[in-house]
Design a protein around this ligand. Structure first.
Ligand code: GLP
Length: 241
């Protein structure tokens, strides 16, 4: 098992940033799928800083995201599109046609998911997938109990996240809020995966993912079946291993 433990958050962000840049430099037309949230924001900003100092070629790079919030405006600050645009896509001067995300609003998500997966396939599939980890073991919006065979689809989101988004977007209770996400089967098709987790709050989830049973009750445990998955952890997240 490929586990890297960094001494602190700064070296964690640096290590993740260097791996993503390494992918871009080694394959100019890489398809890079990212995760949003507290774990990944600083590593994205670090990549932009390095780009400003020593511009590497991003003209053919595709940036995409593992999931998106459903039924919020695309420019809401908590929408994955807006987060990735602000944190990394603009800073790396990624062309609009190469920044592809699942939509926040649609009357046919099934069709959107099919088109999105076809587009990724047309670009050669995901070369590098950076995955955040939920405290309950979720990957993207694949909550505990999701089938290992699941594919891209609309799903529920957890109650705390829903409450926060509802408050921030002033979405009335009659409007359903959820997520649209790559499924676990889609995730497993990425050529290379780096699971990133930092902080004490993730330590138990990290332990179950690596040392617990292989089970749909802890979706991230599926990564142990991937042929090229690295677990990049800070000391705190690795503290229960
Ligand atoms: C969210 C997102 C995931 C993200 C994960 C971890 O619910 N749907 O894509 O990777 O949870 O978020 P954080 O890094 O903020 O803990």
């Amino acid at each position: 098992m490929n586990i890297t433990i960094t001494p602190d958050e700064q070296s964690f962000d640096e290590a993740a940033a260097r791996r993503i840049i390494g992918q871009i430099v080694s394959k100019k037309d890489s398809v890079i799928c990212l995760s949003t949230g507290r774990t990944t924001g600083n590593m994205h900003r670090r990549i932009v800083e390095i780009y400003r100092d020593s511009a590497f070629d991003t003209s053919e790079v595709t940036i995409t995201g593992v999931d998106e919030v459903v039924n919020v405006p695309k420019d809401y600050s908590g929408a994955c599109y807006t987060m990735l645009r602000n944190e990394i896509a603009e800073g790396l001067e990624i062309k609009d046609e190469n920044f592809i995300m699942l939509p926040t609003i649609s009357d046919d998500f099934e069709k959107e998911c099919t088109c999105f997966m076809k587009e990724l396939e047309r670009r050669g599939g995901i070369d590098l997938l950076i995955l955040g980890l939920g405290e309950n073991g979720h990957l993207g919006f694949n909550q505990p109990g999701t089938s290992f065979g699941s594919t891209a689809r609309v799903t529920e989101m957890n109650a705390e996240l829903e409450e926060r988004i509802r408050r921030e977007t002033k979405t009335p209770p009659e409007v359903w809020l959820g997520g649209v996400t790559l499924g676990l089967k889609d995730i497993m098709q990425a050529k290379k995966i780096i699971l990133v987790a930092k902080g004490n709050g993730k330590a138990e989830s990290v332990r179950k993912m690596i040392e617990g049973p292989l089970t749909e009750e802890h979706p991230a445990s599926i990564l142990r079946l991937h042929p090229d998955c690295e677990y990049l952890l800070d000391k705190a997240a690795a503290s229960k291993l």
